[in-house]
Design a binder for this molecule. Sequence first.
Ligand code: GLN
Length: 306
Amino acid sequence: MKPTEQLLNEILDEVRPLIGKGKVADYIPALAEVPASKLGIAVCYNDGEIIQAGDSEEGFSIQSISKALSLTLAMTLYQPDEIWQRVGKEPSGHAFNSMIQLELENGIPRNPFINAGALVVSDLLHSRLSAPQYRMLELVRGLAQNPHICYDKVVAASEMQHSDRNASIAYLMRSFGNFDNEVMPVLTNYFSYCALKMSCVDLAKTFSYLANKGLPLGAKKTIITQTQCKQMNALLATCGLYDGAGEFAYRVGMPGKSGVGGGIIAIVPGEMAIAVWSPELDPSGNSLAGTAALELLAERIGRSIF
Ligand code: GLN
């Protein structure tokens, strides 16, 4: 069943009381300034229809949702072995910015959707692209069909000023030989990808390719193969919400990816891509009201991959 705008509005009304029960990310000071009351949702159906409600056209910092885009780009540039010898495919069970497993596992991150893994993927992009930030922007603008998407330079700079942990993760991986480029330029790119400013509508359109066997919205050619699309969705379902991935699978039952800006994207393969935004997070760093909205939506439209 296709969700209606009325259903989306009802769902937002039902989850709104959760606002005040989570915590806006404040370790990136620029993110702490976003009003906690923001709440939006958008669905992009594979036929191109967009259904939306709330603050669905307001741009926000996509943060770790960009990790799915980085991996997509890397998949278009590298053979599978070249990627998977440097980063694993297993859920970490630890916080998104944890370093604990890296030391024990020879600098190989558990998966591409925690910070360590995304930094390795950013390192891969840096090695093969002459202008990685430009290429990422071009990719996202094309997927979202929105030439106005930009990096939020204030957010990127704010994160650079508080980059000790991510820099430490990168240097630790470099000490194990799992980082080919200088750390700082790669970190700069990674923070820019995280600082992409997009709305729920932009995100739902962007991730439509994951609901449509690799075929972007309005495109004639796939961006990744059907097999790669299946692999992405498997990784999103098992690793996309860090140490909250099991809970998200249990409650929502869709491949998904969250970011500390409060956005979450979720995929119903063969049907639709969904994006929600509510800035307050749960202890795992996933949007509290956003997860609840996706749970209600999944239940009301009777969709789950399980
Ligand atoms: N830019 C953030 C960081 O590196 C992304 C974290 C997230 O969204 N989970 O810490």
